[in-house]
Design a binder for this molecule. Sequence first.
Ligand code: ADP
Ligand code: MG
Length: 448
Amino acid sequence: FWDYFNEQMRQEYNEVAYNAWFKNTKPISYNKETGELVIAVKNPIAKGYWETNLSTKLIQTAYAYGNFEVLPVFEIDGEESPERFKAPEPPKKVPAKSTPVASDFITKDLQLNDKYTFDTFVQGEGNKLAEGAALAVADSPGSFYNPLFIFGGVGLGKTHLMQAIGHQMLKERPNAKVVYIQSETFVNDFINSIKNKTQDEFREKYRTADLLLVDDIQFFAKKEGIQEEFFHTFETLYNDQKQIVMTSDRLPTEIPDLSERLVSRFAWGLQVEITPPDLETRIAILRKKAESDGLRIDDQTLDYIASQVSTNIRELEGALVKVQAHATIEKADINVNLARDALTDLKLVQKSRGIQIPKIQEVVANYFQTTVSELKGKKRVRQIVVPRQIAMYLARELTDASLPKIGQEFGGKDHTTVMHAYEKIEKDVRTDSEIKNAIYELRQMLEH
Ligand code: ADP
Ligand code: MG
């Protein structure tokens, strides 16, 4: 195991850092009973570094590797009595020592963002299934959609929806025990509970929840020990008909080394995807945000901002904040020109992602097994027309090329043709699941 751990770290650290912390560091003894692993380090600085930065990694790796416990104890080479290893107190992550009561969890552990409620959530094509499921769960927790598994890309509202369920439940049952947790925190809590011998409290905390919200569960990938622990938490809650909600950036089956039994249990309830918002939804989100911030922005400007950020709602909100800041600094009203100025660097970022029209044409042609010259050509058969329109749509969504410029790149077509193609696909994306899926996959290919 020691060699394995070293190899892992060698990949993570650069050579200098690796030599500084790992050379002349060796395991001396391991006690199977207690898990105590005595490690010799060369000096007090190295000891400090290991204690703060490497012990958690070591513990985690041991779990992932062979599902065994280690309690690292560091000894400076030549030192007589090894000082017992004590982890530095991580800020507030150590479970409380006293017997917790429901209200403790709400004040200490529950960190729901006040803004993430159903009221502030804007419904659109890409999220309405997920929103519907979340509402149903909030309405009757533990009954039909258990567990609820919400998945989708970054910044699309997974955390928002999940927390909205928590808020709603607390509104109806103020004494309910709602536990919201980032999956990394679950991992850390678990490790700390082993170190501090507070596993009972750890279990108590999660297994007595009325509603357990676990965010970004993809971080359980490859962590066998954690998965095992979570499995038992899951079983207990599920059997008590307590609601479990999880989010992830992908489906359970796509999470590396997620145990079979978790994969199958996650499928017992409902798995629902959030997909990127269409232009209309993006505008609606901006409008709502502007209203709640007391900003006056005309439709044309909202439209402009929404068209600049196409996939990620967090970035969309960021763009609005930028425009707002720009207006404050310039002491000017918000309009399209000002928004354009404010967002120039954003465009540079998008450009530097390298999305150019020829690239879009190439990827689309490949995807539909046709050729770039067919896309640029004039053939009016469906097998070509649809890919051509999709390519034009993506050119408009992903680059800042004007309509005439796009027309030019497609073999000199009129800008009204481009406009028509854009509107057609924009509509199809909402009504035709094949088109929707194609757009989704093409975006993924182009943007990553
Ligand atoms: P994720 O967890 O999927 O990465 P978040 O839930 O953190 O995304 O959402 C990112 C930001 O976008 C948050 O500020 C959230 O409030 C906002 N947001 C996402 N979807 C919506 C929506 N449908 N309506 C309003 N705001 C949204
Ligand atoms: Mg999130």
